[in-house]
Design a protein. Structure first.
Length: 409
C-alpha cells in the first residue's frame, strides 16, 4: 500500500570555511588587474605596490561563473577592513553581511542564491592608515551545474537503531569516490561506518550491526565545490548530528500471525497481527520504519492494484518500504471473525486491530505510540521473497561484505 501525499525530505545547505584567492591590491582601488599597467616597452610594473601593506582577498575570483554559494567572503591580511559592500549585480540589491571582531574577515549574513551575479567592493587600511581596495564581479554556480543531496535523518532528531544515513542526489553522480570521500559519518560508539551506492543517485551509510543505543552520530557534509559529475559541483557544507534512542526490534511471524516487540533485549509485548493474503504476500526481511502518519490515505491504484481499495483514513500507519509496505491500523476488518493472530488478509502490509479515527485504546495505537523512525520490523516465514535492500531504508538485508563492496572509497 502507499499514500498520495509523501513527505519530502529536506535538502541541506550550509556555510563553509572561507576559500581564499588572494588579490594584492593598491590604495587607489580596483582589482589586482588595475594595479598593473603596461609601460612603453611592453613590460608591466606595479605602480603603488608599496603604498599599503594591507592585502585583501575576495574568495570568488573576478569573472568567475561557478562561485560557491557558501564560501563567498572577504579577508584582509596585514590590516583591517574598513568597508565592504556586496550587491546583486544589475539590481543593486544589497547583501547584508557581518565583520569579524578583529576586523579581518567579512561574510554574507545568508547563503547566496545559485546562478546569480554579485558584486563585491572592499577597502582596508594597514597599521599606518594606508588604504587598499579590491572588487570582483562573479556569478554563483547555477542549478544546472550543481547538485544537492537530500538526506535523512534530520539533525537534532532521535531515531531507532536501524536508521541508516541516506542521501538522494538530484543529479546522477559519476565520480562516486569524490562525493563519498567528502561525506564522513562517525559514531560516539566507535562503530565503523561505511557507505554503499544504490545506483548513481543514492548513497547510504551504516555500521556492520545496528547502531548502539544511546550513541551520537555525526554527519559531516563537505561537498561544496566537489565535482560530482562533469562540470556539476556540490554546494553543501554542513555538519549534522542525531541521537540513537533505545533499541527496539519487532519480529513478525507470518506462520503464527503474531509480532513480538523486543526493547533493549527484553520482550515487552507479543501482539496479534495480520500479514498479506496468499495472493498478496508480505516481504520477508529486516525493514526500517521510515515515516509515521497518525492517518493517511492508501490507494491501491498507486501500487498497481487498480480499484481494489482506496481507504482515505488509514490510522497509525508506518512506512516500511518505498513500494508501499506499511505496518498500520485496520478498522475495516470482519468484526464477526477478526483475522488478527489467525490469517493474512492484507495486500502485503502488516495490519493491527484499530478503530476508525484511531482514538481508541487499540493494539495499533499502542505500537504506534511505542515506535519511532528508525525502529526495525523483521518479517519471517512469509512465502514471499526478501525485501530488496534499496526498497526503503533496508540495507540491513545485505551482508557486511556485500555492503562494503558497494563503497567507492
Amino acid at each position: 500500500m502507499t499514500m498520495l501525499d509523501s513527505s519530502a525530505r529536506r535538502g541541506l545547505l550550509g556555510s563553509a570555511a572561507l576559500v581564499v584567492g588572494v588579490l594584492t591590491l593598491t590604495a587607489c582601488g580596483g582589482s589586482a588587474k588595475a594595479s598593473i599597467e603596461d609601460n612603453k616597452n611592453g613590460s608591466a610594473e606595479t605602480k603603488t605596490s608599496t603604498t599599503s601593506t594591507a592585502k585583501i582577498a575576495i574568495s570568488a575570483k573576478d569573472g568567475a561563473t561557478n562561485a560557491s554559494i557558501n564560501a563567498t567572503g572577504v579577508k584582509v591580511t596585514h590590516g583591517t577592513l574598513t568597508d565592504v559592500k556586496m550587491t546583486v549585480a544589475g539590481t543593486g540589491t544589497a547583501v547584508a553581511g557581518a565583520l569579524s571582531a578583529n576586523g579581518t574577515v567579512w561574510k554574507p549574513g545568508e547563503q547566496l542564491e545559485r546562478g546569480t551575479k554579485y558584486e563585491i567592493s572592499a577597502t582596508a587600511k594597514d597599521a599606518n592608515n594606508r588604504t587598499a581596495a579590491a572588487n570582483a564581479i562573479f556569478t554563483t554556480v547555477s542549478s544546472a551545474n550543481s547538485f544537492i543531496g537530500t538526506y535523512t535523518p534530520d539533525g537534532g532528531t532521535t531515531v531507532g537503531v536501524g536508521m541508516p544515513v541516506s542521501f538522494t542526489f538530484d543529479k546522477a553522480i559519476t565520480d562516486e569516490k569524490a562525493v563519498q570521500s567528502h561525506i564522513t559519518v562517525t559514531s560516539s560508539s566507535g562503530q565503523q561506518v561505511v557507505g554503499h551506492w544504490f545506483g548513481s543517485q543514492r548513497l547510504d551509510f551504516r555500521p556492520q550491526d545496528y547502531w548502539k543505543a544511546g550513541s551520537k552520530v555525526s554527519v559531516k557534509i563537505d561537498l561544496d565545490g566537489v565535482e560530482g559529475a562533469n562540470s556539476v559541483y556540490g554546494v553543501q557544507e554542513k555538519t549534522v548530528t542525531f541521537t540513537v534512542g533505545r533499541s527496539q526490534v519487532s519480529t513478525v511471524d507470518a506462520t503464527t500471525q503474531t509480532m513480538t516487540v523486543v526493547r533493549d533485549g527484553q520482550t515487552i509485548k507479543t501482539v496479534p497481527i495480520s500479514t498479506g493474503s496468499a495472493e498478496h504476500t508480505t516481504y520477508n526481511g529486516q525493514m526500517v520504519i521510515s515515516e509515521k502518519f497518525q492517518q493517511t490515505r492508501m490507494d491501491g491504484s498507486t501500487v498497481g492494484y487498480g480499484g481494489e481499495y482506496d481507504i482515505p483514513d488509514v490510522p497509525h500507519a508506518m512506512r516500511l518500504t518505498s513500494s508501499g509496505t506499511f505496518i498500520h491500523g485496520n478498522y475495516w476488518y470482519n468484526k464477526a471473525n477478526p483475522p488478527f493472530g489467525k490469517e493474512g488478509t492484507s495486500h502485503g502490509c502488516v495490519g493491527l486491530a484499530d478503530v476508525q479515527g484511531g482514538q481508541g485504546d487499540t493494539t495499533a495505537k499502542w505500537f504506534y505510540d511505542n515506535s519511532m523512525i528508525g525502529d526495525v520490523v523483521i518479517v519471517k516465514n512469509s512465502p514471499d521473497t526478501t525485501v530488496s535492500p534499496d526498497n526503503g531504508l533496508n540495507g540491513w538485508n545485505m551482508s557486511w561484505s556485500q555492503w562494503t563492496a558497494g563503497s567507492a572509497v
